[in-house]
Ligand binder design. Structure first.
Ligand SMILES: [Fe+2]
Length: 334
């Protein structure tokens, strides 16, 4: 047993143990030099990044992580500080197993039909196992603790876009515990019908967004798909401009369908007319994805002659809980 030999004058010496005053890791930063680590470059900004559709073209079952761990300065795969997106390619009849250290998984089915069979390690709120069938346009959410086998039907290949909050858990140094919602499927036919209702509404032409947000009975306060993930199914009608808005959540934008001529403008400032100053232009591509960083103004434009469809997925469930979403629209943004 250690004996405290402290005599009241010098440092504490623990006989039989190495001397340790626990101060070796402590650092002291002058306030103005450390108050804004992003501004000073101590921690990197979230980049605007595009992920082209050719990443998932061609045969060969595989998971293609949209990995920005290098620019983000982390040693685990990440597309944004809290989220990881990936394309999951399944050849006909093939199976891919997933078991992420995540509290939320969200899948958007881009091509093909198949099913996801999950086994839950913490079956306290819903069946311990189940099979969720899916087809194009369906969205599936899975909670913490799911080991899942995703299988494409033998008739054709399948392509899924997958987002998890695994980087958030990696940053916190934790593994998932209690599931916060039950596995949930958002059927494409229902989503399309709800979106069509919004589109037909007499006010649709004046609204900044023609979209529906995915919610879950388990999340009546954040009104989001999961407690961390937010997902929107939107249409950008022909010749429409969605005026600039911004939010502190990061958007991992998936374009599900578009013709050439659709794009997003991104920038840090607005001029007196409410347009983005010196914007960076991101051209849309069907089944391509891009990252919209937090806090930047962005507007969507459709000059293609055809309606375009998008599914932004964000960490806005987490931000809404933290009361830090800070979503803002231009005066004419609606
Ligand atoms: Fe946005």
């Amino acid at each position: 047993m250690a004996i405290d030999a402290h005599d009241g004058a010098g440092p504490t010496i623990l006989v039989g143990e190495a001397t340790e005053d626990w101060a070796g890791d402590a650092r002291f930063h002058e306030y103005t030099a450390a108050a804004d680590p992003v501004g000073s470059g101590a921690i990197s900004r979230v980049p605007i990044e595009q992920f082209p559709a050719h990443l998932h073209h061609g045969p060969g079952s595989r998971v293609v992580p949209l990995d920005l761990s290098g620019p983000l300065g982390v040693d685990y795969p990440a597309t944004s500080p809290a989220l990881l997106a990936a394309f999951v390619v399944l050849d006909p009849g093939d199976t891919c197993a997933t078991h992420p250290d995540a509290t939320s998984e969200l899948y958007v089915v881009l091509e093909g039909t198949g099913s996801s069979t999950f086994v839950r390690t913490s079956p306290d709120r819903s069946p311990a196992t189940g099979t969720i069938p899916w087809g194009p346009g369906d969205v599936v959410t899975l909670p913490a603790g799911c080991t899942t086998e995703h299988t494409a039907d033998p008739a054709g290949r399948a392509l899924l876009y997958r987002v998890t909050d695994a980087p958030l858990l990696a940053y916190l140094g934790v593994t998932p515990g209690t599931p916060q919602f039950a596995p949930t499927r958002y059927a494409a036919a229902t989503s399309r019908a709800r979106l069509a209702e919004v589109e037909r509404h007499p006010d649709a032409a004046d609204r900044n967004r023609v979209s529906i947000l995915l919610g879950n009975v388990a999340h009546p306060r954040t009104l989001t798909a999961t407690h961390t993930l937010w997902a929107m199914l939107g249409v950008l009608p022909v010749d429409r401009v969605q005026r600039p808005h911004r939010h502190q959540s990061v958007a991992l934008d998936l374009i599900t369908s578009c013709a050439p001529g659709c794009y997003t403008l991104v920038g840090s400032r607005l001029d007196e007319r409410g347009d983005i100053v010196d914007p960076f232009r991101v051209d849309w591509e069907s089944a391509g994805a891009f990252v919209t960083p937090p806090g930047l103004w962005h507007s969507h434009h459709n000059e293609s002659g055809s309606p375009a469809y998008l599914v932004p997925i964000q960490d806005a469930g987490l931000h809404t809980y933290l009361r830090s979403l800070d979503i803002r629209f231009t005066a004419s943004g609606g």
